[in-house]
Design a protein around this ligand. Structure first.
Ligand code: ZN
Ligand code: FE
Length: 259
């Protein structure tokens, strides 16, 4: 069984530590900072065999040099279409990453939008999607395009409903606040808000989430719902013709008025 545990970093990042049950070889996803990773590896007597990168932002790659200095044999995987120093294996859609002596296999998905070459890793129902899909929301567009992000989210929505979504930030409560602007009457969303507040008050992570719950509560995955369309059209002040237009309106609404 593949285990993923969060290593908190900075204010709200999660670096994901991957290992097999009882295994001593570990991989990390998006180590923006080396220190907390090195601490955890030492504490659990783990050996670092791989570093998986989703995209080029500093809070996802900053720890690479220090981790390589300590674990020179750790292989650094990352997106072929992003300029990132220190990548050793360049990945794009359809590629596979084998870890833990072949026991773990991730498929690579191209999910551009937040950045132009963002990738995600999917295996054993676990999805590591960086800053593309967040619990209750989605990433902002930096140097990809809104059209790319829309299509990337649609692609992720096709994964099995029980997929566990391991995003890279603890933004859930904030995201659900905006979701409630869009769908104030959504009962699943209300229940999720209550549960999420309880987790945060207890200091617990709200990630991973389950894709099925995202489909019920994340407005950016719900552009086909009449209630979401109506809310987006009301904000935009005009009819919106397609899912992509609704998505664009939601993203602009959140960026301009929510945070
Ligand atoms: Zn980012
Ligand atoms: Fe980030």
């Amino acid at each position: 069984m593949l285990l993923a545990s969060p290593i908190p970093a900075f204010d709200d990042n999660y670096i994901w530590l991957l290992r097999r049950e009882n295994g001593l070889r570990a991989a990390v996803v998006d180590p923006g900072d080396a220190a907390p990773v090195l601490d955890r590896l030492d504490r659990d007597a783990l050996e670092l065999e791989a570093i998986l990168i989703t995209h080029k932002h500093w809070d996802h790659i900053g720890g690479i040099p220090e981790l390589k200095a300590r674990w020179p044999d750790a292989v650094v995987y990352g997106p072929a279409n992003e300029p990132i120093k220190g990548l050793e294996v360049l990945l794009a859609e359809g590629d596979e990453v084998l870890l833990h002596a072949g026991d773990t296999c991730f498929k690579v998905l191209d999910v551009p939008g937040h950045t132009e070459g963002h990738i995600a890793y999917y295996g054993e129902t676990l999805l590591f999607c960086g800053d593309t899909l967040f619990a209750g929301g989605c990433g902002r567009v930096f140097n990809g395009t809104l059209a790319q992000l829309y299509h990337s989210l649609r692609k992720l929505a096709e994964l099995p409903a029980h997929t566990l979504v391991y995003c890279a930030h603890e933004y859930t409560l904030d995201n659900l606040g905006f979701a409630a602007w869009v769908e104030p009457g959504n009962e699943a969303l209300k229940a999720r808000l209550v549960a999420t507040r309880q987790y945060r008050e207890a200091g617990e992570p709200t990630v991973p989430s389950v894709l099925a719950l995202e489909m019920l509560t994340n407005p950016f995955l719900r552009v086909d719902e009449p209630t979401v369309r109506a809310a987006a059209e009301k904000w935009a002040g005009k009819p919106l013709e397609s899912g992509e237009e609704i998505f664009r309106a939601l993203r602009a609404w959140k960026d301009k008025e929510y945070d």
